[in-house]
Design a protein around this ligand. Structure first.
Ligand SMILES: NC(=O)c1ccc[n+]([C@@H]2O[C@H](COP(=O)([O-])OP(=O)(O)OC[C@H]3O[C@@H](n4cnc5c(N)ncnc54)[C@H](O)[C@@H]3O)[C@@H](O)[C@H]2O)c1
Length: 388
């Protein structure tokens, strides 16, 4: 199943790490540690092979991909030997990167994105293209009456207003071009009634939001533990220190607020109440892509005895995120091939703020993901058997 992976924000740290990782896996130069779709519970015939993935994307930046990869290698995010071993492959992906359309009405920009996507699909004779948003986090979007349905939206986009935030314009263009859409960021993306209806009309799945790679991943394991042991969490405070492009972008208070909201949701929804405390994200340029999170949890047990727990997470953000981007592209491609339509709630395992998931517990999300993937594999096997 030849599958295009179209990255919005294709020259960013997560995208570059995903591309180098995907190319290294294809060339047999690296193992698949971190890719959950390579675990025995998920591996199987419905997923496109790494060798079947073809990368392309949009970015507003123009730094050559090989320079971004070299910079990530210098920073210790990527092994330098891999970047050095893949010059031709990286040059081939560079040919598939397009500038983010910037001129004209939003309808004209969307049409340009649709053209880039369909040209890419045709040029490589791809069975499908999955669009994955890994661009900079946006501030929370302002509501607009045209967000209600596709016809009103289509009209409004031809006018002078910025009706959609960039992430949603990409989602609109992806769905219009017949491509499933995945949002790895906390931005609005496909989370608008008009875009949901469009996805259903076009028979397309979509997934999101905001990759779960660090502090929130740990929270989604620990919070169910406190709940299951009937312990009362009194406060949960966290501070995240990070550099890199994501950290610089999150120094903007509006983008920071959107991210913090996404990170806090897991506690209220898992515990059934919101403990005191909050999450802070501070930009520390020196840390680059390596993030530190400190969390302090106070809780009480039998007869009200007070206790506390602390943890420190030191993660390399892009190295944690990139394999999940590859996993999401493979799973979403398989879901599309199987005729799945609308939000892929079974992919909640991957997200901080998952679409329509009944649970924020990582364990329960894992069980749902395994069942979902098994059904994709079984469906393919029985369809093959039937055809044969
Ligand atoms: N790394 C992680 O663990 C992790 C986890 C969850 C979510 N995320 C999200 O993933 C996203 C990418 O993170 P990163 O570290 O790669 O950031 P980054 O700053 O390195 O990359 C973002 C890229 O998006 C590009 N961009 C900005 N606006 C754009 C637009 N309108 N169209 C096309 N491209 C645009 C930028 O030029 C840049 O190349 C962020 O939103 C981040 O919050 C990352």
């Amino acid at each position: 199943m030849r599958t295009g992976v179209w990255l919005v924000g294709a020259r960013g740290s997560v995208a570059t790490t995903s591309i180098v990782g995907g190319l290294a896996l294809r060339a047999g130069l690296a193992g698949s540690t971190g890719c959950v779709t390579e675990l025995p519970e998920l591996r199987g015939p419905a997923l496109p092979a790494f060798a079947d993935l073809v990368f392309g994307g949009h970015d507003v930046a123009t730094t050559p991909l090989c320079k971004r990869a070299e910079a990530l290698a210098t920073a210790g995010v990527l092994p330098g030997r891999l970047v050095a071993a893949l010059p031709d492959e990286l040059a081939a992906v560079e040919e598939e990167l397009r500038p983010a359309p910037a001129a004209g009405s939003q309808a004209e920009r969307a049409a340009a994105i649709v053209r880039d996507l369909t040209d890419f699909r045709d040029r490589h004779r791809l069975d499908r293209v999955v669009v994955v948003n890994v661009s900079a986090t946006e501030p929370t979007a302002t509501a607009h009456p045209a967000h209600a349905d596709p016809a009103t939206l289509r009209d409004a986009l031809t006018g002078p207003d910025e009706v959609l935030p960039a992430s949603s314009l990409y989602a609109y263009a992806a769905l219009t071009a017949g491509c499933p859409y995945v949002d790895f960021t906390p931005s609005t993306g496909a989370r608008l009634p008009a875009l949901h209806t469009l996805a259903v009309e076009r028979g397309l799945p979509y997934a999101g939001h905001d990759g779960k790679t660090g502090e929130t991943l740990v929270k989604s394991v620990l919070a169910p533990m406190f709940a299951m042991r009937h312990l009362t969490v009194r406060s949960w405070s966290g501070i995240n220190l990070l550099g890199g492009g994501d950290g610089a972008n999150l120094a903007d208070p509006a983008a920071n607020a959107a991210k913090v909201e996404s990170k806090q949701r897991v506690l209220g929804e898992t515990l059934g109440y919101v403990p005191q405390g909050g999450t802070r994200i501070d930009y520390v340029e020196e840390l680059g892509d390596f993030k530190t999170a400190w969390d302090l949890i106070t809780f009480s047990g039998f007869l009200g005895t007070g206790m506390r727990m602390e943890f420190t997470w030191h993660g390399c953000d892009s190295a944690l995120a990139a394999p999940l981007v590859l996993d999401l592209a493979r799973l979403t491609a398989a879901a599309h091939a199987a005729g799945q339509v609308g939000p892929l709630t079974e992919l909640a395992f991957f997200f901080k703020d998952p679409l329509g998931s009944p649970t924020h517990s990582l364990g329960e999300q894992w069980t749902r993901l395994v069942e979902f993937t098994r059904a994709l594999h079984t469906g393919l096997e029985s369809a093959d058997g039937h055809a044969g």
